[in-house]
Design a protein around this ligand. Structure first.
Ligand code: AMP
Length: 459
């Protein structure tokens, strides 16, 4: 199969092209997406999660209230517009907000808790398009709503890691704790004090972050701001006792279930609603190069030089606990934890880790001659498919020669030929593609006959 090129070829004049930051998922890529979806659905259904699909378009207020003003997503990245009723609506930039809205709206709190959900679909962010970053992208989302215990954090992380493993992706968990909402508020003050004397040297976005939401300063990706991030007071030193205990227990669960993790104090996540556990999954290769860049930055720092920039790795996914969110949008206080995978990145890693998607090719080519035979060929094809025979046909070809050439190219074991005469007689011809020997068989017995012969060639 030819390699997939995602480059925009120069369009002819007046020919529509896709929007900047948007991507076509071409047929060559589809097997990777299908594999990822089938692994996700099997794994999550096995662990008692149910699939949920919420609308792509929601009221803008939902995202403003859940994600928080001052976050990059709300301030700069939402696809928001006014609809024909003059209501402000937004293409969802993440899934959790819609899922908890649905949880409240459908009274899921009245069912036995926790509610374990997963979702799969497109999201929209007006991000600056670059490698691995699109304006429409897809996520697999996993949520456990209604369980405050450490085991829920651990289950989400364990399953995220397992999903990577089952797809042949080597990933590590980078984990941190943000503590309670109160402890975070305290820490925000400490952080503001620390940044005050550096204000002049910060990027324009960070100056705004100082006023609006100091924790976001640790999220900045600007190289010039990295040294300040690495010298900043650490959240982990300001955790409340209950959050510390919770964090240690989550780590114990992970150790016991053999999930490799790295403690990373910079995993603060870009959204306001997280508390306690936050984590990301990084490709193992990124974790290593990231660790060495970080070591370099620290070494430079201790030598009194400005620290080297630590670029943000391309995380495959991330998430955390969000105990206050449901109450914040009008539901009753309900603890919850969740995560999301960026599927474009998952698929890229599947490709680079050379995951084999080899599936068995077809065994049988169904050739048809003449209009009447072509009309009947659909039914015959379906009979073969239902009987478990891997059949292929090309209804665009009319001549037998062309169809047999195609059958040869596909490497099938047998061709089944259905012509006008055979149709009248209630028969078909089976052609052995290796030696060209043809035999007439009863049309009604074709499935058994073909299966018998295929079995013989395999034995
Ligand atoms: P977030 O919802 O920001 O926590 O992101 C979770 C995951 O979604 C990230 O780790 C990425 O893999 C993926 N992701 C986020 N934004 C984008 C984007 N603009 N394009 C592609 N993938 C993205």
């Amino acid at each position: 199969m030819p390699p997939i090129s995602d480059k925009k070829s120069k369009p002819a004049k007046n020919v529509p092209t896709r929007l900047r930051g948007f991507k076509d998922i071409l047929p060559e890529e589809a097997p990777f997406w299908q594999r990822a979806y089938s692994v996700a659905s099997k794994l999550l259904n096995d662990y008692g999660f149910s699939e949920i699909n919420t609308p792509i378009l929601e009221a803008t207020n939902l995202f403003k209230r859940t994600l928080g003003e001052g976050t990059d997503i709300v301030d700069k990245e939402m696809f928001t517009f006014t609809d024909r009723s003059r209501d402000s609506v937004t293409l969802r930039p993440e899934m959790t907000a819609g899922i908890v809205r649905s949880y409240i709206e459908h009274g899921m709190f009245n069912r036995t808790q926790p509610i374990k959900l997963w979702s799969w679909g497109p999201l929209f962010r007006y991000d600056r398009p670059q490698a691995g970053r699109f304006r429409q992208f897809h996520q697999l989302d996993i949520e456990i709503i209604g369980n405050s215990r450490e085991v829920a954090d651990a289950e989400v992380i364990f399953l995220s890691h397992l999903f990577c493993q089952e797809l042949g992706i080597d990933a590590t968990v980078q984990i941190n704790s943000l503590g309670s909402t109160e402890a975070r508020k305290e820490y925000n003050k400490v952080l503001k004090d620390y940044y005050r004397s550096k204000r002049r040297l910060l990027c324009e976005d960070c100056k705004k972050r100082m006023a609006k939401n100091a924790l976001r300063l640790l999220d900045c990706k600007q190289p010039s701001c990295q040294p300040f991030i690495h010298e900043a007071p650490q959240l982990v030193d300001h955790l409340d006792d209950e959050s510390k205990r919770h964090f240690v227990k989550v780590l114990e669960y992970l150790a016991e279930s053999q999930v490799p993790y790295v403690l990373n104090p910079y995993i603060v996540r870009g959204l306001d609603y997280y508390n306690r556990t936050t984590f990301e999954l990084w490709p193992a290769s990124a974790s290593q190069s990231e660790a060495s860049t970080f070591a370099q930055a620290t070494a430079d720092k201790s030598a009194g030089e400005p620290a080297a920039a630590v670029s943000a790795p391309n995380a495959i996914g991330g998430g955390g606990r969000y105990d206050g969110l449901i109450e914040q949008i009008g539901g009753r206080a309900t603890p919850a934890v969740g995560m999301a995978f960026g599927l474009e990145r998952v698929v890229d890693l599947m490709k680079s880790s050379k995951v084999s998607l080899e599936t068995a090719g077809p065994d049988v080519f169904l050739a048809q001659l003449g209009e009447e035979a072509a009309k009947h060929a659909f039914l015959l094809f379906e009979k073969l498919r239902s009987a478990g025979v891997r059949a292929v046909a090309n209804f665009a070809h009319e001549g037998l020669k062309g169809q047999l050439e195609l059958a040869n190219k596909l490497g099938v074991v047998f061709a089944i030929i259905l012509g006008q005469k055979e149709l009248l007689d209630g028969t078909v011809i089976i052609r052995d593609m290796e030696n060209g020997i043809q035999e007439v068989v009863d049309l009604n017995k074709i499935c058994d006959e073909i299966k018998k012969r295929l079995k013989k060639t395999r034995d």
